[in-house]
Design a protein around this ligand. Structure first.
Ligand code: ZN
Ligand code: ZN
Length: 361
């Protein structure tokens, strides 16, 4: 990817705004985002005057070849010892560290070695803030993952089927088919949840009984390719539905469409959630929609920004978020419909294309 230089520059700006001399990045996904590095041991030091990538002997040669935006240096096996020594040599005074990720033990060791030479400042979220707005290459990668998952949904609906298979069989078959199509793996373990199991938003696929006829089945599935995730939910029918199930399906579909219509750069994240939640509340079912409307997707399946009653902020162009209202009727069934979209100035571009009309499988 060619976006690494841009990411390094933007991060150095954020570090300066926070009045830090240096940010120490130890989270490996953040390191991957900044450099493309896929090994298991790295520390990145970024600041107005510094951009250094440190790894151990095992990865050194590859990193020197592949990472152009940073001075690549070799650290001791415990990289934090070398980080502390470098920081002392440079004479930096305020070092931000990723407190969401660093263990208490690692922090203790780092602090002991730096002693009173510099202050360690909790500064998580800077790289995550950059990650929330995707560049063109990232959007292409997510688009590809979403297209692979779409293909699996089409295959599920037209070739494989649901009724008569167990939930586990279906989940396994979907994963296998995704890998056959070229996916590196799944974004998260697939959810296939029929009838009463569908009333659990994070249901685990059951080994028994086989999926019955005349019920609803929630299928939540995403794949990973080129490190980027996708996320899509469709709820299928396996035959005729009673009025309550059919009504809930149409309610969720309408709420999902209305919320999609509210997604655009500048929209309040709580407000977008409220569009779907309001419609579900009008139908007297707000208690049965117990999760947020959506979440960001990228290198991780759940990342910033969140769309939820408790979230804060506004959407930005280049955010990639899910829109996934649901209604869960305990002991009976669940309905969730989820699309993955890129936020644009005038509205969303939807990356998930499988139809949302009720499909009987
Ligand atoms: Zn999902
Ligand atoms: Zn999701």
């Amino acid at each position: 990817m060619s976006g690494f230089g841009e990411r390094a520059r933007k991060l150095a700006d954020l570090v300066r705004e926070r009045e830090l001399d240096l940010l120490l990045v130890t989270n490996l996904l953040n390191a991957r985002y900044l450099t493309g590095f896929t090994g298991t041991n790295a520390a990145i030091l970024v600041g107005p005057a510094h951009s250094t990538f440190m790894t151990d002997f095992r990865y050194l040669e590859r990193a020197q070849r592949e990472i152009a935006q940073y001075d690549v240096v070799r650290g001791r096996d415990d990289l934090l010892e070398s980080v502390a020594d470098l920081a002392r040599d440079w004479g930096v005074k305020r070092i931000g560290f990723e407190d969401w990720h660093m263990t208490v033990r690692a922090h203790g060791k780092l602090a002991a070695r730096i002693a009173d030479a510099a202050e360690l400042v909790p500064a998580s979220g800077l790289v995550e803030q950059l990650r929330a707005v995707k560049d063109g290459e990232e959007i292409e990668a997510i688009r590809h993952s979403a297209a692979l998952a779409d293909e699996v949904y089409r295959w599920l609906a037209s070739d494989h089927g649901l009724a008569g298979h167990t939930e586990r069989e279906v989940a396994l078959a979907m994963e296998l088919h995704a890998r056959e199509l070229g996916a590196d793996g799944l974004s998260f373990p697939a959810i296939v949840a029929a009838a009463d199991n569908g009333a659990l938003p994070h249901a685990e696929p059951r080994a028994e009984p086989p999926i019955p006829r005349d019920t609803l089945v929630v299928v939540d599935f995403g794949v990973q390719s080129a490190s980027y995730c996708s996320d899509c939910t469709r709820t299928f029918a396996t035959g005729n539905l009673d009025d309550e199930a059919a009504g809930c399906y149409e309610l969720v579909r309408a709420a999902q469409a209305a919320a999609l219509g509210a997604v655009r750069a500048g929209a309040d994240v709580r407000g977008v959630d409220g569009v779907a939640r309001g419609l579900i509340a009008d139908a007297g079912r707000v208690e049965q929609f117990g999760h947020g409307l959506g979440h960001g997707v990228g290198l991780e399946i759940h990342e910033a920004p969140r769309l939820a009653p408790t979230a804060e902020g506004v959407l930005e162009a280049g955010n990639v978020v899910t829109v996934e209202p649901g209604v869960y009727v305990p002991g009976r069934f669940g309905v969730r419909i989820e699309d993955l979209v890129v936020v644009g100035a005038s509205g969303p571009e939807t990356l998930t294309s499988f139809p949302k009309e009720l499909t009987v499988v």
